[in-house]
Design a protein around this ligand. Structure first.
Ligand SMILES: Cc1cc2nc3c(=O)[nH]c(=O)nc-3n(C[C@H](O)[C@H](O)[C@H](O)COP(=O)(O)OP(=O)(O)OC[C@H]3O[C@@H](n4cnc5c(N)ncnc54)[C@H](O)[C@@H]3O)c2cc1C
Length: 422
């Protein structure tokens, strides 16, 4: 496989782009692997990559029912940030951001990580106090964070709706400058290429349809391409986690699958240099501008549970209303696409990287709608768990027993209703 470099780009330009080779293989599944990861989204691919890279493990397969990166990995609004508060979450997301900062170099693939700042709008003194508590905690624990006054915000983003007559007048903003966006497909392709290079078999069009259990262990998986045995198995299937969990005969999980939509407009000249988030009084909206110029945005969940990757129209209206209330100039743009993904929403809005009731089955799930930013650290810590059969202290509380142990990881304080955790 060709390594990317300035020289290679130049040389292939001269040769009519004929010198490039395939980015990853398309292997037939072997009858048995040491480790099988189910799901070739960002989390599954990153896990396979770090299993091989950090732990020197070989004989690993990633099984994917469709094409790699075709799930939420290819459907999200690509916001990357680490403005988390709760112990464990804070260290985890900051580690993820640090991995993002070096990811293109590490994977020899331009993931187009753009640290353009994440700006959460504030609308009241109480919201500013809440943000100050969170952002001061971040600063004290080594993460960059700022609170902007209204004047600073106006200087940086002049064209928001600053009318004092707005339903929710803007009073300032909480800002993380190192946050930003990345190109979602490129991240999936980069991890796939990196894992493949280290010998991982990525097997697409291979749906897991059942499991084989013996004496408290999973010994193999039934797939649309035959039975594949595995010594260790990891689930990283996002919105399909509860389905796989039932296939493993494990009953119910504290996860509900909900749908989340995203939208993109026709491309325009540079309008917005930051990621802007608007969330108050039932409104929820986030927006950035893609490198091609389209305005990319989203809002709340569709408010009902489903495994279908289709969205409903009331949310389109809701998101459009939010868009116009915060950036009225968007009213002149045409929407060119909108789509939906399936989110694994957990009861406290926080993820699981943990062991399971089956000795050799490991769980990676509960990403809610924040799993894109998490993917490097998720792969890092999940690989570590599978390789060493124990969790790193950073994710030690992110297991299935945390509810009965009274561990609070609920960033929003929204309580045990999955759809309230964004
Ligand atoms: C509209 C939208 C906007 C979002 N915006 C953001 C954002 O701005 N920032 C952020 O951090 N996060 C965001 N997210 C969340 C983020 O995309 C997800 O949390 C993350 O992608 C989930 O992890 P994944 O990539 O591994 O999942 P996926 O890409 O969904 O990977 C899971 C894979 O498992 C496969 N699979 C399922 N069942 C089986 C089976 N039986 N056999 C084999 N394979 C199977 C699926 O086909 C899929 O490819 C957003 C999500 C959506 C939908």
């Amino acid at each position: 496989m060709t390594r990317f470099s300035a020289w290679n780009v130049f040389w292939n330009g001269l040769k009519g782009q004929k010198g490039w080779t395939r980015q990853w293989r398309d292997p037939e599944p072997k009858p048995e692997y040491d480790i099988i990861i189910v799901g070739a989204g960002l989390h599954g691919l990153a896990t396979a990559y770090y299993l091989a890279k950090n732990h020197g493990l070989k004989n690993i397969a990633v099984l994917e029912k469709g094409w790699l990166g075709g799930g939420n990995a290819g459907r999200n609004t690509t916001i990357v940030r680490s403005n988390y508060f709760m112990p464990g979450n804070r260290q985890f997301y900051e580690h993820s951001l640090k991995l993002w900062e070096n990811l293109s170099f590490d994977l020899n693939y331009n993931v187009m990580f753009s640290q353009r700042a994440h700006v959460s709008l504030l609308h009241s003194p109480a919201a500013t106090d809440g943000a100050a508590r969170r952002y001061n905690t971040m600063r004290l624990t080594g993460t960059d964070a700022e609170i902007w006054t209204l004047d600073e915000l106006k200087r940086n983003i002049p064209h928001l709706n600053y009318s004092p007559d707005a339903r929710f007048p803007i009073t300032g903003a909480a800002v993380q400058r190192r946050a930003g966006t990345a190109r979602h497909d490129a991240v999936a392709w980069a991890y796939a290429r990196g894992a493949d290079q280290l010998g991982v078999d990525i097997i697409q069009n291979c749906e897991v349809t059942g499991t084989i259990r013996e004496n408290g262990r999973l010994t193999g998986l039934e797939t649309s391409r035959g039975t594949i045995k595995g010594k260790k198995v990891g689930f990283a299937v996002a919105g399909n986690t509860s389905r796989l969990w039932q296939m493993a005969g494990l009953g119910r999980l504290p996860i509900e699958t909900h749908k989340l939509q995203a939208f993109v407009t026709e491309p325009i000249k540079p309008l917005l240099d930051q990621v802007v988030v608007f969330g108050v009084g039932g409104a929820h909206f986030y927006i950035s501008q893609s490198d091609k110029g389209g305005m990319v945005f989203g809002g709340d969940l569709d408010w009902y549970k489903s495994y279908a990757q289709r969205g409903n129209l009331p949310i389109v209206q809701d998101v459009a209303e939010c868009a116009l209330s915060i950036l009225p100039c968007l009213g002149r743009l045409r929407l060119v696409r909108h789509w939906s993904g399936v989110m694994d929403m957990s009861m406290d809005g926080t993820f699981f990287i943990c062991k399971t009731p089956l000795e050799n089955l490991y769980l990676n799930a509960g990403w809610n709608y924040g799993g894109f930013k998490a993917s490097p650290a998720s792969g890092w810590y999940f690989a570590d768990l599978i390789a060493n059969d124990r969790p790193d202290p950073v994710v030690a509380n992110h297991d299935l027993t945390r509810f009965e142990r009274g561990i609070n990881l609920d960033e929003r304080g929204a309580g045990p209703d999955p759809k309230l955790h964004g």
